[in-house]
Design a protein around this ligand. Structure first.
Ligand SMILES: Cc1cc2nc3c(=O)[nH]c(=O)nc-3n(C[C@H](O)[C@H](O)[C@H](O)COP(=O)(O)OP(=O)(O)OC[C@H]3O[C@@H](n4cnc5c(N)ncnc54)[C@H](O)[C@@H]3O)c2cc1C
Length: 455
């Protein structure tokens, strides 16, 4: 069959993209290497849309939870993966969890029923030279294709490891303790040019006692082990876990990411020191999105278990009530620096016949990957029909995630991201307790107006 779109990778994103295209009568070739003699270090089967680890799509609460809202929006876009999840659903409280084999079989059966879709079990080693393509090969993209992507994007723009520092909601940081400043007040000009006021970092101060107590907690905290195949992927010094750095000696952090020099704490001002004093150590947070709602803890990538991160990082002065948009981690993960490489339609700027979808674009999670696949499919369908593409509203979960990965995230510190309310345009006039409901209501109303733009 002569195809109009070539989708590479039959995981979460590729399967959803194939569905969105072929159910519109578009001829699609879906190339999946599993079943053709190849596999990844994490997949166990040859099935399409295999869940490689947990069997959960997380919360299904579409009134108060961002991923639950994403489920709902995908359902409204006739998502195959959401329909298959419904068929395969198992009891899991308010979460959407599935029987993974039933789920994968339901996806495959639905795709096989589409006459314009051809599923081919083959590995693709180079990016297609022409014709519309969607690359959805995931965090474990096969090495030859990763090489071809690296050659097209520049090796520095393709990461093989995510070293994620925790990200904190700005409004949960206690600014009576923390303060805004740049070290030595440097970089004011660049800051002003970007709309800042020259004080670009949030700084959390520590006394000597607090620092040493924290240093001990970091070392004692329970860690996640590397998987066997991850242990062989070396990490660079620049993304060394904070606890590994701590283990090198009591002062290592104070001369590294927790360096206090050049940071006068105005909360500690006295008559003798009207600008304040340098603390013994400092934890710095840097703005992580254009909206200024998310801040990442600089240099705090970690393999500590999630519960331990929350417990230990809340001992940092100013972060006692911190809410985390995402916690830190360190995994093998192939992903692009999408904010610089992709346009708003997920197309490679240097080769716009190629779209990327799924986790390789820098979203994180099964649902997010599938949702970006859904959008890539819709975009390609609009392009083939010669229709103008209207992006999903920025206030919806689909729109917020898409905007983040295609330009709103800070390119320099770009790391894979789950959907969360910090990506949504803020609703400052709504009381904090009512914000989640207000975000989801606004999203659903705005999405209702957008759906008719899809043919
Ligand atoms: C070990 C691990 C555990 C994870 N656990 C979770 C979790 O519990 N919950 C969660 O929400 N997210 C998890 N993720 C993150 C992520 O959500 C999943 O990896 C998700 O499956 C990503 O979807 P995707 O479509 O982008 O990639 P995938 O689902 O991995 O699909 C990519 C597909 O492309 C194929 N492929 C790769 N290279 C080629 C090639 N050259 N030619 C043809 N086919 C190719 C692969 O075989 C695969 O089927 C995990 C990731 C990893 C690596």
């Amino acid at each position: 069959m002569e195809y109009q779109v070539h989708i590479i990778g039959g995981g979460m994103a590729g399967s959803e993209a194939a569905w969105q295209l072929a159910r519109r009568g578009i001829r699609v070739r879906l190339s999946e290497m599993r079943g053709g003699g190849d596999t990844t270090p994490a997949h166990q089967s040859d099935g399409l849309a295999e869940l490689v680890c947990s069997n959960s799509f997380r919360s299904d609460d579409h009134e108060k939870n961002a991923v639950g809202l994403l489920h709902e929006e995908m359902r409204r876009c006739d998502s195959l993966l959401m329909a298959a999840a419904e068929k395969a659903r198992v009891p899991a409280g308010s979460a959407l969890a599935v029987d993974r084999d039933v789920f994968s079989a339901a996806v495959e059966e639905a795709l096989r029923s589409l006459p314009t879709l051809e599923i081919v079990r083959e590995r693709v080693d180079v990016l297609p030279q022409d014709g519309l393509a969607i690359v959805a090969t995931g965090p474990l993209t096969a090495p030859a294709l990763a090489g071809s992507i690296g050659a097209a994007t520049g090796a520095d723009s393709l990461a093989f490891f995510d070293a994620i520092a925790p990200i904190v909601y700005r409004d949960s940081i206690d600014m009576k303790v923390a303060w805004m400043a740049s070290r030595w007040d440097k970089g004011a000009e660049a800051s002003l040019a970007l709309g800042g006021d020259g004080r670009d970092y949030i700084n959390c101060p520590m006394t000597k006692e607090q620092y040493f107590a924290f240093w001990e907690e970091l070392q004692a905290g329970e860690k996640t082990e590397f998987r066997e195949w991850e242990a062989n992927t070396p990490y660079f010094d620049g993304c060394m876990p904070i606890e590994v750095m701590a283990a090198r000696g009591p002062e290592t952090l104070r001369f590294g990411p927790m360096k206090p020099v050049g940071l006068d704490n105005p909360h500690w001002a006295t008559a003798e020191h009207p600008n304040g004093r340098w603390p013994y150590a400092v934890v710095q947070l840097r703005q992580d999105n254009k909206l200024g709602t998310l801040w990442n803890m600089v240099g705090f990538q970690t393999k500590l278990k999630y519960a331990e991160q929350v417990r230990i990082f809340r001992t940092i002065p100013g972060l006692e009530n911190a809410e985390f948009a995402r916690l830190g981690g360190l995994h093998r993960n192939t992903f692009l620096n999408s904010p610089t490489l992709l346009d708003r339609q997920l197309r490679l700027k240097s080769a716009p016949h190629i779209r990327f979808a799924g986790q390789i674009t820098g979203c994180e999670g099964y649902v997010e990957s599938a949702s970006v696949g859904l959008l890539a499919g819709l975009m390609a369908a609009a392009e083939l029909a010669g229709r103008n593409w209207t992006p999903p509203p920025r206030t919806s979960a689909l729109g917020a995630l898409l905007s983040h990965i295609t330009g709103d995230a800070e390119a320099e510190s770009f790391q894979p991201m789950n959907v969360n309310f910090g990506l949504f345009p803020p609703l400052a006039d709504v009381k904090k307790k009512q914000r989640k409901e207000a975000y989801t209501e606004r999203a659903k109303a705005d999405l209702r107006d957008w759906l008719p733009t899809l043919a």
